[in-house]
Design a protein. Structure first.
Length: 521
């Protein structure tokens, strides 16, 4: 009877501990890799009994009963933009084109999906009650208005290392001398030219965006987020400063070490899902690869068919004459133009492939999820970065000794074959990545457990301002940089210098008069 009583008490505690809440996840953008990375979190929250409503273009098959999906109706041809992405970049891009792209093209894309009829109907007419709102601030900061609509705390999910535009609202440190913008090509330590480019982007974000980019987002909020009572809401900037928590899809043990305010929580590998059985044909292909497997995948945004034809021919020719087997992600399942040692498919279970004991090399574009997955599995890489954070991801991986950075536009058959053989034959690459894998796994909780804990913490406490919000958020820019203190000290110093000056002049005059009087006598 005693044990039954204890069991009842424990069950009662458990039931109360998982009291269900209503959670809105508003992630309507077309950037698939940004959204699917956090889908395991949304699903886990639903599995724990929370009612999760997700507004996303990317459907989850067979979700839990408490997982509701609202699918926008807009069409976005991501493949049609691969040709634009597959072009060689120059320093000019970092200095000029990248900041302008953020303030124009990406904002125009946000206009496109925010004006979607399904989204507009939900924003204007939904009368649900939510205990928490989750948004992605990747050029869609205007979505923070949903926190005001529902009177709920807001959590932001950040798909890359936070840049200044995200960091500014929490006053997260962003020292331009070593904390890189996510689009910069630099590694861990920046050269003079990289620091110059980083400073340019940083000053643009700090001083130009507030008069160009942010007003566009404010206007977008006023246009697309109209609901009963919206007229009296605070400014977008004020609401962004009140975001309770930001979940960061990055890792300082893999990428560059940097400081974070308490409200910025890293959750690297949050996209990991339980391993599944591979397709039987693929499983047999990899099991029989006695000399090893080379895995080629350029992610969800880049269409491999947009690779310049000479470069694609080099890739296939070199890989085709190797003794290793090749698992190659292609736009369709046709293997007509591929050598016999290729397994080609339009969808491949990346984590399962990388964790197969015969997988020896991963050829990647350098997306953050691919880098984290390859370190999780302990597989070295050859990286062909194309855009965004891919350049610094690959460069840092090269500095960590776990891979080689190559160039899809300038490579030759000789250089590429040399790189592949170096990665396979030089054991230092596999040793380094296995050491990093061990470091990566040495943490008290998984990324998913960490994220769930903090999400439920924000729900339980109706926000996290009382513990996680930096006092610096309420400072003006001159207070944050101590300019008022510096000005005060300068005034004090000048005051004493002036006093000293007048005292000195007075003493000199007295001495001169005394000397002159003595000389006259």
């Amino acid at each position: 009877m005693k044990y039954i009583t204890i069991l009842v008490i424990l069950l009662n505690f458990y039931v109360h501990a998982i009291k269900s809440s209503n959670i809105l996840v508003f992630v309507p953008s077309p950037w698939k890799s940004h959204i699917i990375a956090f889908q395991p979190l949304f699903l886990e929250l639903a599995n724990r009994g929370h009612n999760v409503t997700v507004i996303s273009k990317f459907i989850v098959k067979d979700p839990p009963p408490t997982y509701t999906q609202l699918i926008p109706s807009y069409n976005f041809d991501i493949d049609g933009r691969s040709d634009y992405l597959f072009r060689e970049r120059s320093m000019y891009y970092s200095f000029i084109e990248d900041p302008i792209t953020r303030s124009t093209i990406l904002v125009d894309t946000t206009h496109m999906f925010m004006s979607d009829p399904v989204i507009q109907k939900f924003i204007k007419y939904d009368q649900s009650s939510f205990d928490l709102v989750m948004i992605e601030p990747f050029f869609q900061e205007c979505a923070v208005a949903l926190g005001h609509k529902y009177g709920a705390p807001v959590i932001s999910i950040v798909p890359v290392t936070p840049w200044i535009s995200v960091s500014r609202w929490a006053n997260n440190p962003a020292d331009l001398s070593y904390i890189k913008d996510f689009m910069l090509d630099g590694g861990k330590s920046l050269t003079f030219w990289e620091r110059l480019a980083n400073s340019f982007i940083g000053f643009y974000s700090l001083f130009v965006e507030p008069i160009t980019y942010l007003p566009k987002l404010e206007n977008m909020m006023n246009t697309y987020f109209q609901y009963p009572g919206y007229e009296n809401r605070p400014t977008m900037a004020e609401m962004l400063k009140n975001i309770s928590l930001s979940l960061i899809d990055s890792d300082i043990t893999i990428f560059s070490s940097r400081p974070y305010v308490p409200s910025f929580i890293e959750v690297p590998g949050i996209h990991f899902r339980p391993k599944k059985k591979m397709d039987k044909k693929l499983q047999e292909f990899m099991d029989k690869a006695n000399t090893g497997v080379i895995y080629f995948n350029f992610g969800t945004i880049l269409n491999v068919t947009s690779i310049p034809k000479p470069s694609l021919r080099i890739l296939i020719n070199v890989l085709g004459r190797l003794e290793q087997k090749i698992v190659f992600k292609w736009i369709n399942n046709s293997t007509q133009d591929f050598p016999n040692n290729f397994y080609v498919n339009s969808w491949l279970p990346q984590s399962e492939i990388l964790n197969h004991p015969n997988c020896k090399v991963f050829i990647t574009h350098g997306g953050v999820h691919g880098i984290i997955e390859t370190i999780d599995a302990g597989v070295p890489i050859i990286g062909f970065p194309v855009f965004g954070d891919q350049f610094q991801n690959i460069k840092i991986s090269e500095e960590n000794g776990i891979g080689i950075m190559s160039n899809i536009f300038t490579m030759t058959e000789e250089t590429f074959e040399k790189e592949v053989k170096l990665i396979i034959n030089d054991k230092k690459f596999s040793e380094n990545v296995k050491r990093m894998s061990s470091i990566f796994h040495d943490r008290p909780m998984s990324a998913l457990e960490t994220a769930v804990y903090w999400v439920e913490y924000v729900i339980r406490n109706k926000g996290a301002h009382h513990i996680l919000r930096s006092a610096a958020v309420d400072f003006t820019w001159y207070q944050y940089y101590l300019l008022d203190v510096i000005a005060f000290l300068i005034i004090i110093v000048l005051f004493f210098v002036c006093i000293l000056y007048f005292i000195t002049i007075r003493i000199l005059r007295l001495m001169f008069n005394l000397f002159h009087k003595q000389k006259t006598n």
